[in-house]
Unconditional design. Structure first.
Length: 519
């Protein structure tokens, strides 16, 4: 006979204690991964399809060129200014709670965008959507890292990255097909589709994943976030309105106000005990150089990915389904090559891959400028191969650039360094859409003489015109985009020079095959 205690010991299954570096039982970790992938898909799909849908939105809502810029920039502004605060919120309130809150706000704002009756309302809802994304985006990767023990973390993050690349690649393609098949009004579905994805993600997090304990009572630095939002918002407004008629004085005042607010933000951050941005990291030359290279490169990338679809759809008259394929090589090549390139960077140091990749991107954008300037309207034999070349260049850059940022600072500062670099890339995109839009509008207007300009819509606005007027509009559109592509090619060249002169050319300090520092 066995004692009651022995029987009870067999009847109750033993529960293995959780490893010290995770909060989530093994049986629940797959739910964390699925929820993080779905939430990431919200942001990636939303951002990439919007560039394809912008001409349709302009037609359906009657949005001006400046309003089209702000439909993109309102989201980028709040996301870039608040993303570091969003990351701190996960530490302070627990990653699951903060992640769910970010997803909920994002999908609520998405539904509001789907029913927006006019451009100003859509811009306002996009800004709120950016606030949700600022909490959601850093939470997706952070909750995976916290849920999986260190020995399983790399594989989980790899699955997340591959799924994210797949959604980024297929999103514009599928979105373009839908837009072409159902007409301009279907753009609202782009935002409405976030609801089911977001609800499934929230359900998995609340019903299947245990709550994690807050790691530290960090300050959220809302004052710094507010100053950053005002500063970059003023700069973006000033740059956007530079080409608007009668807005010269207002534009200059706005840029000056933004510059002053940026200085106030820097002073404020230096006096904070727990600043949103640790400015002392910029004293490290390699870290500062990597972030300058990041700004130039992502400025160039964002400008082209925003204005090229506008040219192709509204200028050349291509379908949204066809134009959706320009995003495909970028995502696919980054997904396929990031691993091998990262290993190569480990062996030789990140300087050469970053510099050479930036040069490849510069050549691709210079090719786009030449193509547009020459009036060669070939998508599959002109634009698409150049976008594939650009994807190759970015695949050479992405992983080594992250490595350069991480290895430039002490191990204790890698989280802050990663967050700053993420914010810098998004600020580069924000300024790019604003500044290059004004350049495109100015060149477009200059290319049209006063007689031809009568009755011709602005850059990137679809219109059915008489053949002679349409030819003038098309030539002006080509010239406008050529100017944007040429400037961005020069910025990529600058990115290569900065990387070559500041980033370390030495191999990484850990042996090949050992575990790299966690990012």
């Amino acid at each position: 006979m066995r004692s009651p205690s022995e029987v009870g010991a067999e009847a109750v299954p033993r529960v293995r204690p959780l490893p010290a570096d995770t909060f989530c039982p093994q049986s629940r970790r797959s739910f964390v991964l699925i929820a993080a992938i779905l939430a990431s898909a919200l942001g990636f799909i939303d951002g990439s399809i919007l560039a394809i849908a912008t001409p349709a939105i302009r037609v359906d809502l009657g949005a001006s060129f400046a309003e089209a810029q702000w439909i993109s920039n309102a989201y980028a502004l709040t996301l870039s200014a608040l993303i570091l605060v969003g990351g701190a919120a996960g530490d302070r309130f627990g990653l699951r709670h903060a992640f769910v809150a970010g997803i909920a706000l994002f999908i609520a704002a998405s539904l509001a965008c789907a029913v927006a009756p006019n451009p100003p309302m859509l811009i306002a809802f996009r800004a709120i959507q950016g606030i949700g994304a600022a909490i959601m985006v850093p939470g997706s990767l952070a909750i995976i890292a916290k849920a999986y023990p260190k020995k399983e973390r790399g594989r989980a993050i790899g699955i997340w990255a591959a799924a994210s690349a797949l959604t980024t690649a297929l999103g514009p393609v599928l979105g373009g097909v839908v837009l072409s098949a159902f007409g301009d009004g279907i753009w609202r579905l782009i935002f409405a589709v976030n609801l089911p994805l977001g609800l499934v993600s929230i359900y998995l997090l609340l019903a299947k994943v245990p709550a994690d304990a807050p790691t530290e009572k960090r300050s959220l630095d809302l004052g710094g976030a507010s100053l950053a939002t005002l500063a970059f918002g003023a700069l973006a407004y000033g740059l956007t309105s530079m080409s608007a008629e009668g807005e010269g004085q207002m534009s200059g005042s706005s840029i000056a106000a933004g510059a002053v607010l940026l200085i106030v933000f820097i002073v404020f951050e230096r006096r904070q005990s727990e600043p949103m941005i640790d400015l002392s990291l910029f004293r490290v030359g390699a870290f500062a150089g990597a972030n300058v290279a990041t700004f130039f490169l992502y400025f160039a990338l964002s400008a082209n990915l925003f204005y090229l679809p506008m040219l192709l759809i509204a200028g050349w008259g291509l379908s949204a389904a066809e134009v959706g394929f320009i995003f495909l090589p970028l995502s696919v090549l980054i997904a396929l090559l990031s691993g091998p390139v990262g290993q190569w960077s480990d062996r030789i140091g990140p300087r050469f891959p970053i510099a050479s990749g930036s040069l490849v991107v510069a050549v691709a954008f210079a090719g786009l400028a030449l193509l547009a300037y020459a009036g060669i309207h070939s998508f599959w034999w002109g634009v698409f191969p150049l976008m594939a070349l650009m994807g190759l260049g970015m695949a050479l850059v992405v992983s080594p650039l992250s490595t350069a940022v991480m290895t430039a600072v002490e191990d204790k500062d890698t989280g802050a360094a990663s967050g700053i670099n993420n914010a810098v890339s998004r600020i580069g995109g924000l300024i790019a859409v604003a500044a290059m839009g004004s350049l495109a509008a100015w060149v477009y207007a200059a290319a049209l003489n006063s007689g031809a300009a009568s009755g011709i819509p602005g850059f990137g606005e679809p219109a059915g015109l008489a053949p002679d007027l349409d030819a003038a509009r098309l030539a002006a559109s080509d010239a406008a985009f050529a100017a944007v592509a040429l400037v961005t090619a020069l910025l990529c060249l600058l990115s290569a020079i900065v990387a070559w002169t500041t980033v370390s050319g030495e191999r990484l300090p850990w042996p090949r095959g050992s575990e790299a520092p966690q990012r």
